[in-house]
Design a protein around this ligand. Structure first.
Ligand SMILES: [Zn+2]
Length: 413
């Protein structure tokens, strides 16, 4: 049943949970730890797939919610699947749609970066926004952000959509809560996620057999439990040993409410409990300092829209921190964005040129800045992998974070 998909640990760190490995999919291998850039609607905004490959991207992740609404999963199925549709020959991931359905539903786009100390209520929604999603034990009913039409996702529907989209790695449908929810609600959501996980395995088994001519798609279970140690460990033990219709999860995603200060602690609880031999993906985390925390706590793959989203607002990463290249100070700065970067943009263009493009609202601005930021993050995690092999990860981390100045107020997703 799992033909074409496997994970092998190549090197385990002596200290902590960090490891180096290889995920094999029907569309190629991913050397881990790895950062997986996000192409929400089957495109990394403004960048050609060939350029993503050239900058070192080993795989891409698309969003089931967005592709369900447009163009619809049937179109992707007829096109031969996500990779074929978007002209990307490497491995692909899709999320389950649960995060988008629920986060758009409560009006929060950045639920993962919230402050744990703020007001908790199960009714809270972002200021003045209408609640667009309602959860019940069977699934989620939600209003499309595109045209206001009503839709429903359930475990089975999410599996059907993701099978049609055809990514190599899919995620089980889960209820993604926020740090604003109360403890009783977190418990209720975890119970639902448990039931939906079983239903996802059953539907996944059925669809895999019904679509036996298609490349095998791996299914990852998603661990919730917010900031509570007992809930996180219980969810990890539960999904880690879960079996239904004779199958178990191929890997795991760590999702839900994670605030920056406790990220490492929570990931450690989960990854210490999950089966060691299966791959772990940290959903929606991609700030440089958070990637170190994830890797040292046993995360194998990451995805995040941050690198491309901030690039389109002229924010670029460098080894000494991020800055806005459209600022007046760069009008006559004829140096590359980052002297130490090996990307196409830094090899061929200056800060002055990017400053000009952003100020002139030229489309090339987004392309060049995105290529740089994605290369920076992909390369950073590649460097972590090499330093794990060399036994110098913690020296590399100290050196990087000593130079990289995180500016407070930056969201981590
Ligand atoms: Zn660069």
């Amino acid at each position: 049943m799992t033909s074409g998909f496997k994970y092998e640990i190549k090197h385990a760190s002596e200290k902590g949970l960090a490891r180096v490995g290889t995920i094999t999919t029907p569309h190629g291998e991913i050397q881990t730890p790895a950062f997986i850039p996000v192409g929400t609607k089957a495109t990394v905004k403004s960048v050609l797939p060939g350029a993503m490959k050239d900058l070192g991207s080993q795989a891409l992740l698309a969003n089931a919610y967005h592709l369900y609404l447009q163009p619809g999963p049937d179109v992707l199925d007829e096109a031969g699947g996500l990779g074929s549709f978007m002209n990307w020959s490497g491995p692909t991931f899709t999320d389950s749609g649960g995060f988008q359905v629920l986060s758009l539903g409560v009006g929060f786009k950045k639920v993962l970066a919230m402050d744990a100390q703020t007001f908790r209520s199960d009714q809270v929604i972002a200021g003045n926004k209408e609640r667009l999603a309602h959860v019940d034990d069977e699934g989620v009913t939600f209003k499309s952000h595109l045209d206001g039409s009503m839709h429903r996702f359930s475990a089975e529907i999410s599996m059907q959509i993701q099978h049609k989209i055809g990514a190599d790695i899919m995620f089980a449908f889960d209820e993604c809560t926020t740090l604003h929810n109360t403890r009783p609600y977190q418990e209720l959501a975890m119970e639902r996620t448990h039931n939906w996980a079983i239903r996802c395995l059953d539907e996944h088994k059925r669809l895999t057999e019904a679509r036996s001519g298609k490349p095998y798609q791996a299914l990852f279970g998603v661990i919730q439990g917010a900031q509570y140690e007992d809930l996180r460990k219980e969810a990890a033990a539960d999904l880690g040993s879960m079996s239904s219709s004779g199958i178990s999860f191929d890997g795991f995603g760590i999702g839900g409410a994670l605030d920056k200060d406790s990220l490492g602690t929570i990931v450690n609880w989960v990854n210490s409990t999950l089966p060691q031999e299966k791959p772990k993906h940290l959903l929606g985390i991609g700030a440089p300092e958070d990637l170190f925390v994830g890797v040292e706590n046993g995360v194998d793959t990451f995805d995040c829209v941050l690198a491309s989203r901030i690039a389109r607002t002229s924010a670029v990463y460098t080894m000494t921190g991020r800055f806005n290249v459209s600022n007046a100070g760069f009008v006559r700065d004829f140096t590359p964005i980052d002297e130490e970067c090996d990307c196409y943009t830094c090899a061929n263009y200056t800060r002055a040129y990017l400053c000009h493009l952003f100020r002139g609202k030229e489309m090339l601005a987004a392309t060049l800045a995105t290529i740089h930021n994605e290369r920076f993050i992909v390369r950073l995690v590649d460097q972590m992998r090499q330093h794990l092999i060399d036994g110098t990860f913690y020296e590399f981390k100290a050196d990087f974070l000593g130079r990289y100045k995180h500016r407070s107020g930056q969201a981590s997703n």
